[in-house]
Design a binder for this molecule. Structure first.
Ligand code: PSU
Ligand code: MN
Length: 302
């Protein structure tokens, strides 16, 4: 297994010293945000993690290797190339074997983080059960991964391009705890609230870390979702974003978008229809998640 892993100097040194490490995904860079905001944000998020006492490890597939920690040039390549595949669980082996570029989704980043011995992972939003999944069967591989891979994911809840209720049902069936960070209500990515409650609330990083350690000590495999609401000042108006998401979903349907294109298409449409407001919110919430995820990683490392 080790032959596929390639660690950056920063991550290697952190592992030798036993420092807390936070994994970051790369689909958000290659397929979730436009250039150059994607690369700028990726670098800033890494710095936020350092400023909060942990070491960032952005993960991607390059040159037949799983890269754990990326150089500035590698971040640039991921953010500004047209030949980077969106890599989820099913894609990893093919992309590695054929030495193609891959940007890891939440599912694939969890797999790679676990292989690298990293327990904490920060992102913006996870995939979930899509609206209309009862006919399309479009359920993100992220959910299945959360049920079997021992990595905790900090996100800003589930975005309403998804069926939030069904996403929670799926996670319940799979035994994945959804923890609200300082909230009883599951946040909906661009907004601080949804119509659904989280399973458990935690008001500090220690509680989250204690819960995760207990879960893994018990041998209960799988991760956890730590849902951290977007800061008040950056949240979008509920009715405004709901209307736009409806329009984006309609356009996806009219254009026959399916498979792994669905999420990037919807994110791009929402950005276009909000005239960039969704991107500003997205960047703010990822940064906030980086602060919270680093603090949890520090506690988990004690
Ligand atoms: N949600 C976002 N931004 C993203 C994604 C989700 O707000 O970039 C990405 C993540 O990488 C996630 C993936 O793992 O989309 C889910 O894709 P799919 O629905 O095809 O599984
Ligand atoms: Mn899908």
């Amino acid at each position: 297994m080790k032959q596929y892993l390639s660690f950056s100097e920063e991550v290697k040194a952190a592992q030798e010293k036993g420092l807390p490490i936070v994994a970051l995904e790369s689909t958000i860079i290659s397929h979730g945000m436009p250039y150059p905001q994607n690369v700028i944000t990726a670098r800033e998020v890494e710095q936020i993690i350092r400023d909060n006492g942990a070491v960032p490890a952005t993960i991607a597939i390059l040159e037949g290797q799983i890269k754990i920690g990326l150089s500035d040039e590698e971040l640039e390549v991921l953010g500004n190339s047209s030949d980077v595949a969106k890599a989820s669980r099913r894609d990893l082996a093919y992309l590695l074997a054929t030495k193609q570029k891959g940007a890891t989704t939440v599912a694939a980043t969890m797999i790679c983080a676990e292989l690298a011995g990293i327990e904490m992972f920060v992102t913006g939003g996870i995939g979930g059960v899509h609206r209309g999944a009862e006919t399309t069967m479009d359920i993100s591989a992220d959910l299945e991964e959360l049920s079997q891979t021992n990595v905790a994911v900090v996100c800003a809840g589930a975005k309403s391009i998804l069926d939030i209720g069904l996403t929670l049902e799926y996670l319940e069936t799979k035994g994945v705890p959804v923890i609200g960070y300082k909230t009883n209500v599951l946040p909906a990515f661009y907004t601080r609230q949804s119509d659904f409650d989280v399973n458990f609330r935690a008001d500090n990083p220690e509680t989250v870390a204690e819960m995760l350690r207990t879960k893994w000590n018990l041998g209960l495999k799988g991760g956890a979702v730590i849902a951290n609401p977007i800061p008040e000042a950056d949240a979008l108006d509920h009715d405004f974003i709901t209307n736009i998401i409806e329009k984006a979903l309609q356009e996806a349907e009219e254009n026959g978008i399916n498979g792994k294109q669905v999420t990037p298409f919807l994110l791009g449409k929402v950005k276009e229809l909000t005239e960039g407001k969704s991107l500003v919110a997205n960047i703010a919430l990822v940064k906030h998640n980086a602060v919270v995820g680093s603090k949890i990683a520090v506690q988990l490392n004690k």
